[in-house]
Ligand binder design. Structure first.
Ligand SMILES: [Fe+2]
Ligand SMILES: [Fe+2]
Length: 175
C-alpha cells in the first residue's frame, strides 16, 4: 500500500517548491535591475537581490529544523511568471512602458511568494515548528514590504514615465 501522506510531507513539498522559486528569482532579479530605466526601481530590485539571498539561507535553516536536506523541486508557477517577465523585457526594450511591465511581473512574483509563505507559516504552526515559523515570518514580512514599495514606485514615478515621450530618442528633424 502506498504510504499515507501527511501534513509533514505537504510542508516539505512546499519548502522544496519555494526553495526552487527563490533560487530562480535570484537569477531573474539582476536582469530586471539591469533592464529598469527608473533608478529607484533598479535600486529596489538590487535591494531585493540581497534579501532573497538571505531568504534562501533561511529556508536552509527551515530544512534543518525538519531534519531534511535542502532540496528543490521545479515550481512551474514561478517558471511561468518569470518567463512572462522575460517576454516583457524583450518586447518592451527601449519603450517607456518597460518599467511598468517590469513592475507588474515583479509584483506577480511577490504575490506568489506571499501566498506560498502564508501557507507554509500556517502549516509550520500546525506542526509545532517554532523556529521555522519565526524564520518564515521574517521572509514574509520582507516580501510584503517589497510588494508595498513596488506599488508606491508604480504610483509615484513609473506611471508618469509611461505617458511621456521616450527619453533619449532624438526627434527627426524636418529639412
Ligand atoms: Fe523571496
Ligand atoms: Fe520576493
Amino acid at each position: 500500500m502506498p504510504k499515507v501522506k501527511t501534513l509533514e510531507d505537504l510542508f516539505q513539498a512546499g519548502l522544496k517548491d519555494i526553495f526552487f522559486a527563490e533560487k530562480k528569482i535570484l537569477t531573474a532579479l539582476p536582469k530586471m535591475a539591469k533592464a529598469a530605466i527608473n533608478q529607484d526601481l533598479r535600486a529596489a530590485f538590487e535591494k531585493h537581490v540581497a534579501e532573497t539571498e538571505e531568504q534562501v539561507s533561511r529556508l536552509e535553516q527551515v530544512f534543518e529544523e525538519i531534519e531534511a536536506k535542502p532540496q528543490s523541486k521545479t515550481c512551474d508557477a514561478i517558471m511561468g511568471i518569470i518567463a512572462e517577465g522575460q517576454e516583457i523585457m524583450k518586447d518592451y526594450k527601449g519603450s517607456p512602458a518597460l518599467d511598468n511591465g517590469l513592475l507588474a511581473s515583479a509584483q506577480a512574483v511577490e504575490h506568489y511568494e506571499i501566498c506560498q509563505y502564508g501557507t507554509l507559516i500556517s502549516w509550520a504552526n500546525e506542526l509545532g515548528l517554532k523556529e521555522s515559523v519565526r524564520l518564515l515570518r521574517q521572509t514574509l514580512a520582507e516580501e510584503e514590504k517589497t510588494d508595498k514599495s513596488l506599488t508606491a514606485l508604480a504610483e509615484a514615478v513609473v506611471n508618469q514615465e509611461a505617458c511621456s515621450e521616450p527619453a533619449g530618442i532624438e526627434s527627426e528633424e524636418e529639412t
